[in-house]
Design a binder for this molecule. Structure first.
Ligand code: F6R
Length: 263
């Protein structure tokens, strides 16, 4: 796991946007997995700027979102479908046919989950998956206890997640209790993973999943098993890390390693 320590929320967002932009420039028809929530908003803002100012081309990009609340229509203002169009898709030249967000109003959710997994496979798998992290350590909506082998399915939200997400709704009673989410196993199959975390409230969980034991009680710790996982934190989210010095040492010596490898 590569840990990148940045100072501010904007630095974190720009670093994550650069990772995504690099992937799209290298492979214009990249399959990108996307997340919602407050944390990636700055990353999406920077991707929009890169599109407008530097011509970052989304025309061949294929996207798969991690999750959606069960029971919300795509036009509901708190649905993740609405969020993605509002905060990214409508501002870039993405082909709507290449956009995949789980649907919250499906008749047969189980069948839909199988279809979603098949669509990811048909697209050739996810090249880069962007993730946020919940204060209970979830990635996607894989709440504590989710198997590391889990696939796209319906998940019951944890009480903590319902409380955390109530800020987006008029009242806590309106927060859905179920969601469709890619599984931890689905996420781990992405060829590259970029997780962003920001703010004091994420500091305790960041030290747990980066430096703590591998446990399904903190599903983000599964990233320790991934060969290409990059974690980008702002200063507030990183305050409890014990090995900060080492992470910065790696950053500062990257060019030296490269020289060795190039010899
Ligand atoms: C959203 C998602 C969630 C969020 C997490 C953090 O698609 O998959 O795992 O990334 O709940 O949300 P924020 O960024 O709002 O703290």
């Amino acid at each position: 796991m590569e840990v990148i320590l940045t100072k501010t929320y904007d630095d974190m967002s720009n670093a994550a946007a650069q990772e995504i932009a690099r992937q799209i420039r290298k492979k214009p028809n990249s399959v990108i997995g996307l997340a919602t929530g407050s944390t990636p908003l700055g990353t999406y803002k920077e991707l929009i700027r890169l599109h407008k100012d530097e011509g970052l081309d989304f025309s061949k990009v294929i996207t798969f979102n991690l999750d959606e609340y069960l029971g919300l229509s795509p036009t509901h203002k708190e649905s993740y479908n609405f969020f993605m169009w509002d905060n990214l898709f409508k501002h870039v030249n993405i082909n709507p046919e290449n956009v995949h967000v789980p649907q919250g109003l499906v008749e047969d959710a189980e069948e839909f989950c199988h279809w979603y997994e098949d669509e990811i496979k048909k697209a050739g798998g996810i090249d880069l998956q962007l993730l946020g992290i919940g204060s209970d350590g979830h990635i996607g909506f894989n709440e504590p206890g989710s198997s590391f082998g889990s696939r796209t399915r319906v998940k019951t939200l944890d009480e903590q997640t319902i409380k955390d997400n109530a800020r987006f709704f008029d009242s806590i009673d309106e927060v859905p209790h179920f969601a469709i989410t890619m599984g931890v196993g689905t996420i781990l199959e992405a060829r590259k993973i970029v997780l962003v975390a920001s703010g004091d409230n994420k500091a305790p969980v960041c030290v747990q999943f980066i430096e703590g034991p591998l446990t399904s009680q903190v599903t983000a710790s599964a990233l320790q098993l991934h060969p290409q996982a990059i974690v980008i934190l702002d200063e507030k989210a990183s305050v409890q890390l014990k090995r900060k010095k080492y992470y910065n040492w790696i950053r500062d010596n990257k060019h030296t390693v490269k020289k060795y490898l190039d010899r």
